[in-house]
Design a protein around this ligand. Structure first.
Ligand SMILES: [Zn+2]
Ligand SMILES: [Zn+2]
Length: 144
């Protein structure tokens, strides 16, 4: 049995798969949120997220329901409860699975991507959004 993309962490609708090179984005056409796999998250953190944001905006335009962002979200791969937290400096809450990726509610990916396009490379480097949400705010070169 293979573990494949499952259902939306929010509304349990089937997710639509989109591939960008090795990165995978799963979009929900019902609530308009998107799931980014680990590779796609790295693309966002490297600031090269334009195509992913475009896909996310397409999903947002199709949204049929408003998202209840207080509801628990489950990983679409392993079905564990996702770790929730704010990406420092973005006022955006995300839901992350250490093993599989990160969920963004509508507008979330755009705000996070924008912040990362601008940010200084952190020290030490951060490799996942699960780490980011347990971190102090993005730094602007002067530390301490
Ligand atoms: Zn959904
Ligand atoms: Zn998972």
């Amino acid at each position: 049995m293979t573990v494949g993309p499952g259902s939306c962490p929010r509304c349990r609708e089937a997710l639509i798969e989109r591939f960008l090179q090795e990165a995978t984005l799963l979009a929900c056409g019902f609530c308009g949120g998107v799931w980014l796999d680990t590779r796609a998250c790295q693309v966002v953190m490297q600031g090269a997220s334009r195509d992913l944001v475009e896909l996310a905006e397409r999903a947002e335009r199709q949204a049929k329901v408003a998202t209840d962002t207080a509801a628990p979200a489950l990983c679409p791969v392993c079905a564990r409860t996702l770790l929730m937290g704010e990406v420092p400096g973005t006022a955006t809450e995300i839901h992350s699975c250490a093993a599989h990726g990160t969920w963004f509610d509508p507008n979330g990916l755009r705000r996070v991507a924008f912040a990362f396009a601008d940010a200084v490379e952190p020290e030490p480097p951060v490799t996942s959004f699960g780490e980011w949400i347990q971190r102090p705010p993005l730094t602007r070169r002067s530390k301490g």
